[in-house]
Design a protein around this ligand. Structure first.
Ligand code: FAD
Length: 471
C-alpha cells in the first residue's frame, strides 16, 4: 500500500488514532494464544459511525481489504489480518458509548466497541439484566459478540447473541450506513437484514451499534458444584433441573476431572471444593426474581432429587458471593490452564443435547484409538449441547508434531459430530480456522447462497477476505 493512501486513511481518524509503529500495532496483530499473527500497514481507531463510513468508502474505492476488530478475544482468527501487510485493521475500541437505556421497554442501545462487561454493568445500574456472558467479558465487545453470534454461559435460559439483538447499525462495504436501531419486539417488514450481519464475522459489513434486549434483574443466585460418575448422569441431572426450575436454571456447565486438575495446578488461589476426586462435575446456577430463599429452595429440591436417584454423588452449594466466585473460577480457568499443558486440539462442537453422552463415548474411543495417552478436556455448555471437546497432548509429546498429526483426529471427530446431526462450530464461528471445514461439511446449496450474498453486498471482496468463505 502506498504512503499516500495510508495518509488518506490516517487523515480520516486523525494521526493519534492511526497506529503505524510496530509496538503500538502489536496488540492488534496477535491472537491471545499466539495461534495467529498478521501484518498491517495501519491500525485505524475511528471515533464515530461517520468515520467508519468514510474509511470503508475509501477502502472500497481503492480495493483495500479491511479486518474489523473488537476486543481481539475471538478463538478462530477472524479478527487477525493475513501476513501480506496489505490489509488494514479497523478497531472499534474507541466507539464504546452506552447510547440509551430504556428500563421500561427493556432495551438498550450501545456502540459496537462497548465492552461486554460494561454493557452488563450499565444494565445492572438500571436494575436490568443483559444476560450474554462469557469468560472474556472484560475484553470482548458487543460488536464482536454479535459478529460471532456468541453463546456463553447464559444461552441456556436467554439464548445466544442473535436472540438478544433487536436492531443494528451497520456500515456496508460501499460505505453506506444501514441504520436500523429499532427497539421493537415485533417488526415484520420484509427480509430480516439484521440477522445477515449477526454471525457474519465482519465479512458483510461493520457493525457500529446495536439495540439489545434486557431482562428483569434476578435478585438472587444459588450456585452448586456437584460430582457425577459420567455424562449420562449429567444429562439426567439436566432433566431434573429443567423440570424443577425451568428458565430459572441459568447455567449448566460440565467439567471433567482433568479440567479441574489443570485449573487447580495452574492457579494458586483455586482449590477443589470437594473432599474426594470424581470423574465429572456440573456447575449449575439458579437465578430468581425473588429473594435468596426462593433460589436456595429450588436448588435444594434439584440436588435432593438428584441425590435420591444417585444421579449426583457429592456436591457443594455456595453460601455467599465469594464462594460463588470460587466455583465459577473452576469453570472459567479451564481455557487458560490448557495453554500451560502444551498443544491442544480444539473442537467447538454441538450435538442434540440428548445425544451428548453417546457422542462422548464414541468420541473418546476415537481419541484413545488414535493416541492412548492423549488427555481429553471436554467441558462447557452441556445444557446447550455445546462442548469444547479439546484434546491435550500427552505430557511428554512434542507440541508441533502432536498438532500436525492431530489434524486427522480432528477430521474424524468432526465427521462423528455430523453423524450425530451436530455442528462443527457451535459458538466461536469459522474465522480463518475452519473455512475448509465449512466448505467440506456445509451443503453446496447453502455455500452457493452464502457466496451470492457476499458477492451482492461486497463485490470488491474488501470485508475481511479469507474469513468464513475461502478466497
Ligand atoms: P474479535 O475477536 O475482535 O472479533 C471476532 C470476529 O468478529 C472477527 O471476525 C472480527 O472481524 C469480527 N468483528 C469484531 N467486531 C466487529 C464489528 N464491530 N463489526 C463487524 N465485525 C466485527 N465465545 C463464545 O461464544 N462463548 C464463550 O463462552 C466464550 N468464551 C471465551 C472465553 C475466553 C477465555 C476467550 C478468550 C474467548 C471466549 N469466547 C467465547 C470467544 C470470544 O470471546 C467471542 O468470540 C467474542 O464474541 C469475540 O468478541 P471480540 O470483541 O473480542 O471480537
Amino acid at each position: 500500500m502506498n504512503d499516500g493512501l495510508i495518509e488518506q486513511f490516517a487523515a480520516i481518524v486523525g494521526t493519534r488514532h492511526a497506529l503505524m509503529q510496530e509496538d503500538e500495532q502489536a496488540p492488534y496483530l496477535q491472537e491471545w494464544r499466539g495461534r495467529w499473527t498478521g501484518k498491517t500497514p495501519i491500525v485505524l481507531r475511528p471515533g464515530s459511525t461517520e468515520e467508519v463510513a468514510a474509511l470503508v468508502k475509501l477502502a472500497n474505492e481503492t480495493k483495500t481489504a479491511i479486518v474489523p476488530q473488537g476486543g481481539n478475544t475471538g478463538l478462530v482468527g477472524g479478527q487477525i489480518p493475513d501476513g501480506s501487510g496489505e490489509q488494514i485493521v479497523l478497531s472499534l475500541g474507541r466507539m464504546n458509548a452506552i447510547r440509551a437505556i430504556d428500563p421500561d421497554g427493556m432495551t438498550m442501545i450501545v456502540d459496537a466497541g462497548a465492552i461486554l462487561q460494561s454493557v452488563q454493568e450499565a444494565a445492572e445500574e438500571a436494575d436490568r439484566l443483559f444476560p450474554l456472558s462469557l469468560a472474556a467479558r472484560g475484553s470482548a465487545t458487543i460488536g464482536g459478540n454479535l459478529s460471532t453470534n456468541a453463546g456463553g454461559v447464559g444461552a441456556l435460559a436467554y439464548g445466544v447473541a442473535r436472540d438478544l439483538c433487536l436492531g443494528l447499525e451497520v456500515v456496508l462495504p460501499n460505505g453506506d450506513v444501514l441504520s436500523d436501531l429499532n427497539t421493537l419486539k415485533k417488526n415484520n417488514t420484509g427480509y430480516d437484514l439484521r440477522n445477515l450481519f449477526i454471525g457474519a464475522e465482519g465479512t458483510l459489513g461493520i457493525i457500529t451499534a446495536a439495540s439489545l434486549k434486557l431482562f428483569p434483574n434476578p435478585k438472587s443466585h444459588t450456585t452448586a458444584f456437584v460430582a457425577l460418575e459420567s455424562p449420562v448422569q449429567a444429562l439426567a441431572l439436566l432433566r431434573i433441573a429443567l423440570e424443577k426450575a425451568g428458565t430459572a436454571l441459568t447455567a449448566f456447565e460440565i467439567i471433567p476431572r482433568f479440567g479441574l486438575d489443570i485449573t487447580i495446578k495452574h492457579h494458586a488461589d483455586i482449590r477443589d471444593p470437594l473432599a474426594e476426586p470424581h470423574p465429572w462435575y456440573v456447575l449449575l446456577e439458579i437465578s430468581s426474581l425473588e429473594n435468596s430463599d426462593h433460589a436456595d429452595a429450588l436448588m435444594n429440591t434439584i440436588v435432593q432429587g438428584a441425590t435420591e436417584t444417585a444421579t449426583v454423588i457429592d456436591g457443594t452449594i455456595a453460601a455467599n458471593e465469594a464462594q460463588r466466585d470460587a466455583l465459577w473460577a473452576l469453570r472459567e480457568g479451564i481455557s487458560e490452564s490448557q495453554r500451560y499443558e502444551g498443544g491442544s486440539l480444539k473442537h467447538d462442537i454441538s450435538v442434540p443435547v440428548a445425544k451428548l453422552p453417546a457422542f462422548m463415548m464414541q468420541a473418546e474411543a476415537l481419541v484413545f484409538g488414535w493416541e492412548p495417552d492423549a488427555r481429553i478436556c471436554a467441558f462447557g455448555h452441556l445444557g446447550d449441547g455445546n462442548l469444547h471437546y479439546n484434546v491435550s497432548q500427552p505430557a511428554s509429546a512434542e507440541k508441533t508434531a502432536f498438532l500436525e498429526n492431530g489434524k486427522q483426529l480432528s477430521a474424524r471427530l468432526h465427521d462423528l459430530v455430523m453423524e450425530f446431526g451436530g455442528s462443527i462450530s457451535a459458538e466461536h464461528g469459522i474465522g480463518q480456522m475452519k473455512t475448509r471445514d465449512l466448505e467440506h461439511y456445509k451443503s453446496p446449496v447453502a455455500m452457493a447462497v452464502m457466496r451470492s450474498i457476499k458477492q451482492t453486498l461486497d463485490p470488491n471482496g474488501i470485508m475481511n477476505p479469507g474469513k468464513v468463505l475461502q478466497n
